[in-house]
Ligand binder design. Sequence first.
Ligand SMILES: [Zn+2]
Length: 306
Amino acid sequence: MRRAIVVGILIAAGALSMAAAAYQQPPAPSGPTPASLAATKIEKVKDNLYMITGSDPTDRSLFAGGNTGVLVTDTGVIVVDTKLAGWGQVLLDRIKTVTDKPVTTIINTHTHGDHTGSNNMFPATVEIIAHENTKANMEKMDAFKGDGAKGLPKKTYKDKMTLGSGKNRLDLYYFGRGHTNGDTWIIYPSLRVMQTGDMFAWKDAPLLDKANGGSGVEYAATVRKAVAAAGNVDTLIVGHSPLRTVAELKEYAQYMDDMVNEVKKAKAAGTSAKDAAASIDLTTKYKGYKKERQPAAVQVIYDELK
Ligand SMILES: [Zn+2]
């Protein structure tokens, strides 16, 4: 009798703690919330080119992923970057407000889950294109293993690839390492627009993804190649912030040169990476810049400088 009561209490306590654990579990991160849905709008950039906004990843409750480019061509819609997992239907709903044409092509600017997350939610007939290094990086991600492999790029390129012509045209370029080792820059030549992916995500230090071949030391040179190719461009769709200009991209190259030079000086003086990150301040010279992401970037640059 007494044993039965004890067992009963133990079971009840177990059930209670399980219920408490379930209650405390945060909601599954995949898919939109009302706040993140509201932050995700389709905006006309020019003529047949639109941007579906993402948001700044610092506020996770609003975060949907990187900015998405939408080019409406005569034969179908080209989508550049698919945001986080769970956003495919929202992308289709937003696209439906500007065209009845089907999505025929996805381009991923790079491997990260906030730019490739909803690849799998599009039908298998949709062609997926990325730089060859990005395909290799994506193959390492759990999201693209097993059944998820259908979201991998089927077509890759090495230096440059052109799709379509006239106002339906876009050119994909690889200019070298930076955010990762497979960042695609897209120029929509007749629209005079460039899409930068996360090579220019925000006015702060870039995320340097060492595990996926990113480089702080080579960053500025890569950005300068993009600037050189952008002679006819007047508008930039960037990774995680509003539309920018080529002048701002040029400034970003200068900012990265200054960042690397400051880290070099600090390292030569025997300063630790942590102290260097705390003392380097480029926000006076570069108006509107933050330094929230500086410590992580300084550490990667520090390690790269041998
Ligand atoms: Zn990224």
